[in-house]
Design a binder for this molecule. Structure first.
Ligand code: ADP
Ligand code: ZN
Ligand code: ZN
Length: 652
């Protein structure tokens, strides 16, 4: 069948970035020839009582019923489409999979800038010749497998500094030499400028960079440079670095996961995918163990580094977040003119209730996730299934009476550190300080250059950053985060400890890690400190299987929000009832189960009350299909809004 987009027709179909599941028919302006390929061009269209920018996504298959009523486009903005058939197909898949409209999916993918006729010329940077690194045996084998073998899905495992990037670059070189494209994904804005430098150095003007901090015009310019506006015309390889990172999952509509989109696109285009990390997600571990994802391993550091020496320090009984052992280690490191990172996992949740002596925290007996303390009613609540319990007054684990909730913050620790080490050059990097544009970049750069001695930070310092002079990493409260009402809490704590530890000893073999914890025996903390990845994964997978959590099931989370608690609550109940009717089976293998409704752990955000319903199933297509019908037959009632999250990562 001929591409309908090139058939002459005075009509086109247009979508808008709106939650409206309709493609609207318009008549082309007279000056635009209908014979050209029109798909992918931006248009201005009369819409309701005004004018809106939209995108042409096709031509109608049939003559409109009442052609006289069809409005004419005000303007076709582009002479050349912003995307081609593969991007459009991907957007359609995203819309279906993540339950948004085609317009919403496209607007998340395609630049929205106005046309700018006089774009500044792109400064072409010359590639430095390919340099003369001699690949290690493991690297050579990994590149060979990626380039030659018929497998499509690979996972490159290896700690920071084990030479993963070099493998990616060499595999990319082969793919480019074949005349195909490489799409290289990183999950964090801070990593893009580091990577851009590396890539431009290697591949010069072949590199285009797209990230969220570009202005719309810059984004459009980069977009246009990529094979005339079809960024995925002929992809040969997708590289997904730091695969485990939550940053790959979008937190607004469409709530897509970039890994899943890459996998879909790659299979559609016949391309290969290689993911990489030192700490794969449990989903990836499961696939590797089942042989559905081929594992390539890099087992040692290549630039003079070695795995750091890791020590645990018991925080029990310590009145400060800084133990004498840690203070001593910082002293010694600073005296040697080397650098220190102090890491605080601030994803701790202030409403979690725990024993301050031993760190024990209450868990739901059905779901094994942390329970949340509701001060007003003085109850502990499970935000998955709704189970309630009285808060403990005596710790069932150690008998201590010192139970309750506590907050630890980076600001407080910064003060303490400054008074202990008045002459050290100290900075703090967390989401508060990073709000100032460019601040995080500058801090990271200054630390890398050795202009700072000590960096205090949250998750942001754990993410793939490369600090040559770093010797000591201190993890202040390693178990913080275990109490989160989230079934991935243990996986995250384990992964963070491994990631943060991996920052030390990259180039010199004397890296040192001090892990302070209230719970030295808790498996994620202990096994991370001992570097026993396989043992942790085995244990954690067994827990997930026993409790029917991913990767053995898949979840869809529905959040209902609104100003009026009563309305939100009854809407959540109405939705849960309808879902239970659609999925009546008792919990059993191969079935779909509805959990809730229950208040979200973050019960109020920006004045909106939030309730949730979780659906989980071993049969994703059945769950997805059933849920779509329920949602479509039950429009949200007045004053309430729905967020639908397929494969949610954020459970708060
Ligand atoms: P990763 O991506 O696993 O963190 P990189 O690829 O960035 O690791 O490599 C870490 C360091 O090791 C870099 O400085 C890199 O130049 C160096 N390196 C990589 N491969 C080799 C090699 N075969 N021989 C020597 N040094 C290497
Ligand atoms: Zn206790
Ligand atoms: Zn529960």
């Amino acid at each position: 069948m001929a591409d309908p987009a090139v058939l002459p027709s005075p009509w086109v179909l247009v979508t808008f970035a709106l939650p409206l599941d309709t493609e609207f028919t318009y008549r082309l302006p007279e000056d635009v020839s209908a014979e050209d390929s029109l798909v992918g061009r931006r248009v201005k269209a009369p819409f309701r009582n005004g004018e809106k920018e939209g995108l042409i996504v096709g031509v109608p298959e049939h003559e409109p019923a009442e052609p006289a009523k069809i409005k004419t486009l005000t303007q076709v903005i582009d002479d050349q489409g912003l995307f081609g058939p593969l991007t459009l197909a991907t957007a359609r898949w995203v819309a279906r999979q993540y339950l948004c409209t085609l317009g919403e999916a496209l607007s998340a993918m395609v630049p929205t800038a106005r046309r700018e006729r006089n774009l500044p010329p792109w400064t072409v940077e010359e590639a430095a010749a390919d340099h003369d690194l001699v690949l290690s045996g493991e690297q050579t084998e990994a590149v060979r497998a990626l380039v030659q073998d018929t497998d499509k899905l690979f996972y490159l495992r290896g700690m920071t500094g084990s030479g993963k990037t070099e493998v990616f670059l060499q595999a990319a070189r082969h793919v480019l030499d074949q005349g195909q494209q490489v799409i290289y994904l990183v999950p964090e804005i801070a990593l893009t400028w580091q990577l851009r430098e590396t890539l431009v150095h290697r591949f010069g003007p072949l590199v285009a960079v797209l990230h969220s901090r570009l202005t719309p015009a810059q984004k459009l310019k980069e977009w246009r440079r990529i094979q005339g506006g079809e960024p995925v015309a002929n992809p040969g390889l997708f590289i997904l670095d730091e695969e485990h990172e939550g940053g790959y999952k979008s937190s607004n509509t469409p709530r897509y996961h970039a890994r899943q989109v890459a996998l879909w696109l790659a299979s559609k285009a016949g391309a290969k995918v290689v993911m990489g990390s030192a700490t794969p997600s449990l989903e990836a571990v499961h696939l590797m163990r089942e042989g559905r994802l081929r594992t390539l391993t890099l087992s040692r550091r290549l630039a003079g580094g070695a795995p750091p020496e890791i020590k645990m320090v018991n925080l029990r009984g310590s009145s400060s977040s800084l133990t004498p052992e840690l203070i001593e280690a910082v002293h010694l490191t600073l005296a040697r003119k080397r650098q220190v990172v102090l890491f605080l996992n601030r994803r701790g949740f202030t409403q979690s209730f725990s024993c301050k002596t031993c760190g024990h925290e209450a868990q739901c007996r059905n779901c094994s996730v942390g329970m949340t303390w509701h001060k007003g009613r003085n109850i502990l609540l499970c935000h998955y299934c709704g189970f309630q319990a009285r808060p403990m007054t005596v710790c069932p684990a150690c008998g201590s009476l010192d139970v309750g909730w506590a907050v630890v913050g980076t600001e407080h620790i910064e003060e303490e550190i400054r008074s202990l080490f008045p002459s050290a050059r100290i900075a703090r990097l967390d989401s508060d300080t990073a709000e100032v544009k460019g601040h995080a970049e500058n801090l990271v750069e200054a630390f890398r250059k050795g202009e700072l001695d000590l960096l205090i930070g949250t998750q942001m310092v754990a993410k793939g950053l490369n600090f040559p002079g770093l010797q000591l990493v201190g993890i202040l409260h390693a178990d913080l985060g275990l109490a989160l009402p989230d079934f991935r809490a243990a996986e995250r704590v384990f992964g963070l400890i491994r990631q943060v530890s991996g920052r030390a000893g990259r180039y010199l073999p004397d890296g040192q890690v001090l892990i302070q914890t209230l719970r030295p025996d808790s498996p994620p903390v202990l096994l991370a400190a001992q570097g026993r990845d396989e043992d942790f994964w085995t244990a954690e997978l067994a827990t997930r299987r026993a409790l029917d959590f991913p990767p053995f099931t898949r979840l869809i989370r529905l959040v209902i929000r609104g100003r009026d608690e009563g309305k939100v609550r009854s809407e959540a109940a109405r939705l849960a009832d309808a879902l239970r009717q659609a999925f009546p089976g008792p919990p059993a293998p191969d079935t779909t189960e509805v959990l809730g409704p229950v208040e979200c752990p973050l019960a109020t955000v920006a004045g909106n009350r939030r309730w949730q319903v979780l659906v989980r199933s071993t049969d994703f297509p059945r769950m997805h299909h059933g849920l779509v019908s329920v949602i479509k037959s039950l429009p949200a009632s007045a004053g309430t809004y729905r967020e639908i999250d397929v494969d949610p990562l954020n459970m708060l």
